[in-house]
Design a protein around this ligand. Structure first.
Ligand code: AKB
Length: 342
């Protein structure tokens, strides 16, 4: 029997890649939930597409009554810049929405006395380095260090990591009857993600993909961080690979609920140099937005992902060079040539 998978935020940047990659794997019935109508490619790969809000409890109850989910990929979120501009909305979407999905999942698991996996993308935004000197001396940060987020988004993500662990290990611990069903919570802390297929949607790490997409569509770009700004990044196909690898990992091998995953960590200036190599006409300047800059300065220069590599064999396919040569430049060039009708 094919597995049934719920993907929230299915039309978002990660969701788009996950739907297309998951559909190519073992037969899977994908139920896609998004606030907006997913594009034709996503729709063509899904068993069902639902346009709705993760705060709509009746909608979630209806989905749970209709499908027996084996895995929930909860990707729907408001990213860091948007969350800073609308903190209450961010909490409603990022926290209350996640709570709704955890409740739906644990209730189905307990009613049916079975295990359902809950895969949750967290972020390097959970880290908060106090100043640049500490950021650079800290180097590759481990999962349990520097978890002092300074954004609503980072606080939301850190809290939801803890919620996931609660729903797996301590949910209703005072109940007299212990249910046989359980939720298997697994989470990744993603670095800045770069997609050639979708355009950035309100992240503070989005200076990199914004720069690339601007060059490919022959638009000038004023980068909102300094050229020496350095944080970890990952090509989107590797982010999807990480989600699928963690989901399929043997539970007994996992020593933690939340894992760092890393790939490459260029400075904004090094990223711009690569973009100009690929698009010589690119017009890139640096005009730091000091408030957004201070958010990025609180994020680590890189992450220690040795636990992921050891526990479930994490290894990215794309380093900085391969990401540009084999994924970003070919795909983003195709996208904007088609848009121009070249
Ligand atoms: C953002 O910039 O908000 C996200 C993130 C770092 O998680 N891309």
């Amino acid at each position: 029997m094919p597995r049934t998978v719920l993907i929230t935020g299915a039309n978002g940047e990660i969701g788009h890649g996950l739907v297309t990659m998951l559909a190519d794997l073992a037969p899977t019935r994908i139920v896609a939930l998004d606030l907006h109508q997913p594009d034709a490619l996503v729709q063509s790969r899904c068993h069902r597409v639902v346009v709705g809000d993760i705060s709509d409890l009746a909608l979630l109850e209806n989905l749970a009554a209709t499908y027996d989910f084996d895995v929930v990929y909860h990707l729907a979120a408001l990213l860091s810049t948007k969350s800073e501009r609308q903190p209450r909305l961010a909490n409603r979407v990022n926290v209350d929405g996640t709570l709704n999905l955890l409740e739906m999942t644990i209730n189905q698991a307990r009613e049916q006395e079975r295990e359902i996996k809950f895969i949750y993308p967290s972020s390097i935004a959970v880290y908060g380095l106090p100043d640049l000197a500490t950021k650079h001396s800290a180097g590759k940060v481990r999962e349990d260090d520097w978890c002092e987020p300074r954004t609503m988004y980072g606080i939301n993500k850190l809290y939801c990591e803890r919620l996931g662990r609660y729903y797996e290990q301590f949910y209703r611990q005072l109940d007299a009857r212990v249910s046989g069903g359980r939720l298997d919570f697994r989470s990744l802390r993603f670095p800045g993600l770069i997609s050639a297929v979708t355009t950035p949607t309100g992240g503070t790490s989005d200076f990199a993909p914004e720069m690339l997409h601007a060059a490919a569509r022959r638009s000038p770009y004023a980068c909102f961080v300094r050229a020496d700004t350095r944080i970890p990044f990952m090509a989107m196909p590797d982010a999807v690979k990480a989600l699928l690898d963690l989901e399929s990992a043997t539970g007994e091998r996992l020593t933690r609920k939340v894992y760092n995953v890393g790939s490459f960590n260029p400075s904004a200036g090094e990223f711009a140099d690569r973009v100009k190599e690929a698009f010589p006409h690119a017009s890139i300047s640096f005009a730091p937005d000091l408030k957004r800059q201070s958010i990025v300065d609180s994020w680590p220069v890189d992450v220690d992902d040795s636990a992921a590599r050891q526990d479930w064999g994490w290894s990215p396919n794309f380093d900085f060079t391969r990401a540009f040569d084999e994924y970003l430049v070919p795909a983003v060039s195709r996208r904007y040539r088609a848009a121009r009708g070249d």
